[in-house]
Write a protein that binds this ligand. Structure first.
Ligand code: TXA
Ligand code: MG
Length: 328
């Protein structure tokens, strides 16, 4: 590693067919979804899945999300309660992952599920992602297409920065529209539990669940389902992050939101505003690109101005907190 030619495939019908054939043959293909670019492999093929962990340099205990294009296919892989049905019909296709009991006969490699008896399923809405999964004819295991611990990719160019020479192909598709990963909701218990904030907001979910938005927080007891991949330090740029910064210190670069102007901003060598008009959707779509650019400035600290904690702001703040956490 790196030891192979990474092909650039066009996001057209010939490219989708080629991507599908590569996936069927056990290859690794990165492609856009509406959340972030994913690194796909045939989820039923243990060798192919092992390739994902190798290419990413990812700890093996981390289970993967399985992507399909229709609810009926998801129902062949997992047991859906009436509540799960309702949530799936409301939010799929879209940026929501459901953790459900795996069906015993589901043909998914144990490696993809890290040996768990539950399965994380998602039906993406990106037309590009859907065409590629369809063309493969397989359930597709796909983590974000970045080296383990790096910021998730929202552009094909980000994927090539991280994985060129380590994977078989990248579909050169659209910029990821949502920009942060899917929301992960566990429905293993009677009560839904929000394992990762993401593209579908807590408030959207609460409206369908009939809960108070706070009621789906993970209970702090031993019975809480594990989200093994949710490392505290993740999405780590080289630079340190300083959150909720109201002043910019000498030598720092700045990540801004809305009209708030931290003191000392004039002296910053580089600043990027995620959304000058204060739109959280626009900010989410811009987050990972902005972190990459600020990191490339070589500054040792990225000062992050306050970002609201409601709606998509929860997912933004979650990713920034992980990027700011001390590295292990
Ligand atoms: O938006 C997304 O979800 C992207 C795109 C490519 O679909 N994928 C993504 O995958 O973010 P990844 O591998 O970076 O994150 C998957 C998360 C991990 O935190 C993992 O622990 C959790 O899903 N997960 C997978 N299976 C699980 C399970 N059975 N129970 C609990 N958590 C699970
Ligand atoms: Mg990831």
């Amino acid at each position: 590693m790196p030891d192979r030619i990474t092909r650039r495939l066009a996001a057209d019908s010939a490219g989708f067919a080629e991507a599908g054939a590569l996936l069927r043959a056990g290859g690794l293909v990165a492609f856009p979804t509406e959340t972030v670019y994913g690194l796909g492999a045939d989820a039923s093929n243990g060798h192919a899945v092992a390739g994902i962990y190798e290419a990413k340099g990812r700890p093996r205990f981390n289970p993967l999300i399985i992507h399909v294009t229709r609810i009926e296919e998801a129902e062949r892989l997992a047991v859906f309660s009436p509540l799960a049905e309702k949530i799936a019909h409301q939010f799929w296709p879209g940026p929501l992952t459901l953790v459900l009991p795996k069906r015993e006969n589901a043909a998914i490699s144990d490696l993809a599920l890290a040996g768990l008896s539950s399965i994380a399923l998602r039906v993406p809405s990106s037309a590009t992602a859907r065409a590629i999964i369809e063309a493969s004819g397989r359930p597709i295991a796909a983590p974000s297409a970045n080296r383990s611990g790096h910021v998730s990719p929202t552009l094909a160019a980000h994927v090539l920065d991280d994985l060129e020479g380590r994977i078989d192909a990248v579909v050169m598709g659209e910029a990821a529209e949502v920009g942060v990963e899917s929301t992960i909701l566990s429905l293993l218990d009677d009560r839904a539990i929000l394992l990762r904030p993401g593209g579908v907001t807590r408030t959207d979910l609460a409206a369908i669940l009939g809960y108070e938005p706070e009621a789906m927080d993970e209970p702090h007891d031993d019975k809480a389902p594990l989200a093994p991949g949710l490392l505290k330090s993740h999405y780590a740029p080289e630079a340190q992050l300083r959150l909720d910064a109201e002043t910019i210190e000498a030598g720092e670069v700045a990540l801004l939101f809305g009209t708030f102007r931290p003191k000392g901003l004039e002296a910053a060598k580089l600043s990027i505003n995620l959304s000058p008009r204060g739109d959280l959707k626009e900010a989410a779509a811009a987050l990972f690109s902005a972190l990459r650019l600020l990191d490339q400035s070589g500054a040792s600290v990225i000062a992050v101005a306050p970002i609201p904690d409601f709606g998509l702001g929860e997912a933004l703040r979650d990713r920034l907190a992980r990027a700011a956490a001390p590295r292990s």
